[in-house]
Design a protein around this ligand. Structure first.
Ligand code: HEC
Ligand code: HEC
Length: 260
């Protein structure tokens, strides 16, 4: 038996080495949603080079209608279109159909320095649909829940929740040393495990922790190692504001579960 011990140990070690990254990959998959997938695609297809420019400085675009390449989240989308459909047409054809049907606009596009590329032949329908979800979330177009939950969404933006938890709570931003290696969002399966009800949500926001999860030694282990922790907003937000953020998150979760 003893002869097999080193082999067994070697096999166990090999399994462990394979299992750790696989575990992370699994957790990451777990968090996926259209907006987060769209963000990852936008990074790999170079959309962010033009639309999320370094230090927010828009790329000059002489000859174009507004003189620069639009920066996502600048609040100026209405200068380019109105609805999700326009966003999809920008991604597929490089401009909305209405622009491409107008010879004067086609002439302008031909002469401007930077053109929005057409991705229709390059990307699959599901990739385009994820990119539309991401770009719409970034541009604030057709957002879930409308005015009824706008107060909660605005608070989450103003308080910086979304800088850590992702645009529209899509999650997946890096958090080295944490269990999954990323900050969970508000829409995925991780949220359902970490926040059972509104009372637990209030505890997270007011105290930056969960007394239920704190009892778990594995969770505590990662909490001690992770680079970022959830801040406490006890002195910043009141009960009503936290309830508003909760209502917005409920609307988000409802729509992502409807979407499958
Ligand atoms: C080479 C730079 C460049 C790249 C790369 C690029 N775009 Fe654009 N995009 C533009 C320009 C320029 C416009 C504005 C239209 C114009 O002036 O012709 C635009 C417009 C848009 C708009 C509508 C305007 C707005 O404010 O939202 C969306 C949405 C968009 N792009 C999404 C994407 C996505 C998604 C990708 C990646 C798949 C992408 N773009 C890649 C240059 C780029
Ligand atoms: C500095 C980054 C940061 C900011 C800002 C931040 N959080 Fe967090 N939040 C975290 C981290 C890190 C965790 C813990 C994740 C863990 O333990 O794995 C967390 C956990 C949570 C959780 C439970 C886990 C989950 O799935 O979301 C909720 C709910 C939450 N935060 C809500 C908020 C709200 C609401 C705000 C704004 C008022 C906010 N957070 C601001 C980093 C942040």
């Amino acid at each position: 038996m003893r002869r097999f011990l080193p082999i067994t140990l070697a096999i166990l070690l090999a399994l462990l080495i394979v299992a750790l990254p696989a575990g992370r990959w699994f957790l990451w998959r777990w968090e996926l949603n259209p907006v987060l997938r769209g963000r990852q695609l936008a990074e790999s297809y170079g959309c962010v080079s033009c639309h999320v420019p370094y230090r927010g400085v828009e790329i000059p675009n002489p000859g174009s209608r507004w003189g620069s390449v639009p920066r996502f989240q600048s609040g100026n989308f209405m200068m380019y279109g109105e609805a999700r459909q326009d966003i999809e047409e920008f991604i597929r054809f490089g401009a909305p159909r209405a622009w491409l049907d107008d010879p004067a606009v086609v002439e302008r596009l031909r002469n401007q320095s930077v053109r929005m590329p057409a991705f229709d032949d390059v990307l699959s329908d599901s990739e385009i649909s994820d990119l539309v979800a991401y770009a719409s979330a970034m541009e604030g177009v057709d957002l879930v829940g409308g005015d009824a939950v706008a107060a909660g969404r605005n608070l989450a933006r103003q308080q910086g929740c979304l800088s850590c938890h992702g645009v529209e709570g899509s999650g997946g931003l890096p958090n080295p040393g944490s269990l999954g290696g990323f900050i969970p969002g508000f829409v995925g399966v991780n949220f359902a495990d970490m926040v059972l009800d509104e009372a637990e949500f209030r505890e997270w926001v007011f105290d930056g922790t969960s007394s239920r999860l704190a009892k778990n030694p594995v969770v505590r282990h990662f909490w001690q190692r992770q680079a970022m922790s959830m801040p406490s907003y006890r002195d910043t937000l009141d009960e009503r504001q936290v309830a508003e953020i909760w209502n917005w998150i409920q609307a988000l979760r409802q729509s992502t579960s409807d979407a499958g």
